[in-house]
Design a protein around this ligand. Structure first.
Ligand SMILES: Nc1ncnc2c1ncn2[C@@H]1O[C@H](COP(=O)(O)OP(=O)(O)OP(=O)(O)O)[C@@H](O)[C@H]1O
Length: 323
């Protein structure tokens, strides 16, 4: 009789259709007076985002986040590689009808009022008046500009936060399936950030695919299903936040006494807290415990700790010896 062997556990495939996929997407800018200098802003990026997913692209200043976004939207031409958005190559007109985009620093005709700029955008999409009248009112409400006379004010009288909100409304005028947001929280005060998060979460609840660039890692952690980190144009990791943080977990220790130089060799982010050394173990916990006597240290506590996204981000960048 054949021995019964348990089938190996297969990962459950994600059945959702792919909203965006890039294949070795690369961008090299030419700069300098004679355009002889080259900046490699994106290096062979392979990224996949499923429909209905909220995806955050993280990276330091100049990492290539905006370049990535502009490249997949067809605003910037890739030097190599390709991207497929909603099943079509970059620049497809029908696809453009189904996407919304909030640039990092949106430019508006600032003599138009909030209502007029939305009317103008609706016109660009060919949305009939009977449809856009209601939609504009709903959007003005959604982005929190329905109070007072904001809709009637010219945009030159808007604050940075108000401009960001009207930019968000503009990005949603065509009721897009995929929304691209470049630093949507930038320039917002804490209440504004909270409201922007709520708007993004409501779009997520409607099943829209949301892609956004951000520096504000606490927001990303609250909103995103998956993230990727770009560093100097290279993708250094991507995955579900839960999985990435889970893999990066380590032991957090509290230690009494001990030689700080020796402790630093074994404990990351070592600092003093309430008279104890505190940090995260670099290597094996058993080895560390065995070496405590040598370091003249006493272990007060040891616990499994998941880093938050900010710690994870810093760790990833440091591991590349960049930060
Ligand atoms: N039009 C351009 N011409 C030349 N170089 C450019 C151009 N746009 C961007 N770059 C360069 O490409 C690199 C990536 O820039 P990008 O704006 O994509 O980064 P980012 O991650 O969005 O930065 P930030 O967070 O500061 O907005 C930088 O070195 C930048 O100087």
């Amino acid at each position: 009789m054949e021995p019964v062997v348990d089938a190996p556990e297969q990962p459950i495939p994600d059945e959702r259709p792919i909203a965006l996929e890039t294949f070795n997407l690369s961008k090299r800018y030419r700069t300098g007076f004679w355009l002889t200098k080259r900046v490699l802003s994106l290096q062979q990026i392979n990224l996949k985002i499923n429909e209905g997913e909220t995806f955050g692209l993280l990276g330091q200043n100049g990492a290539g986040k905006t370049t990535f976004l502009k490249t997949v939207l067809g605003i910037v031409k890739p030097s190599k590689g390709k991207a497929v958005l909603l099943g079509k190559a970059i620049g497809n007109r029908k696809v453009k009808q189904r996407i919304g985009y909030l640039p990092e620093n949106p430019y508006f005709y600032d003599y138009l009022t909030g209502y007029e700029i939305l009317e103008f955008s609706a016109g660009l999409f060919g949305i009939p008046k009977r449809v856009y009248k209601n939609r504009i009112n709903e959007l003005i409400d959604l982005v929190g500009l329905s109070q007072g006379d904001a809709r009637k004010k010219q945009l030159r009288q808007y604050s940075k936060g108000m401009l960001q909100r009207i930019g968000m409304a503009q990005a949603l005028i065509n009721d897009p399936d995929v929304v691209f947001l470049d630093e949507p929280m930038s320039g917002l005060d804490p209440l504004g950030r909270y409201q922007m998060r709520e708007i993004i979460l409501s779009l997520k609840a409607q099943g829209k695919t949301i892609f956004f660039n951000s520096h504000v890692l606490s927001d990303v952690e609250k909103i995103c299903d998956r993230i990727a980190i770009l560093d100097k144009g290279e993708l250094i990791c991507q995955g579900a936040i839960h999985d990435l943080l889970g893999e990066a977990q380590g032991y957090r220790v509290k230690i009494r006494g001990g030689n700080p130089e020796m402790l630093k060799q074994r404990v990351r982010n070592l600092k003093i807290q309430d008279g104890l050394w505190v940090g995260t173990l670099k290597g094996d916990a058993q080895d560390f415990i065995a070496s405590l006597r040598l370091m003249r240290a006493q272990l007060e506590s040891i616990e499994l700790a998941k880093p938050n996204l900010e710690e994870f981000f810093v760790q990833q960048i440091r591991n590349r010896g960049v930060a």
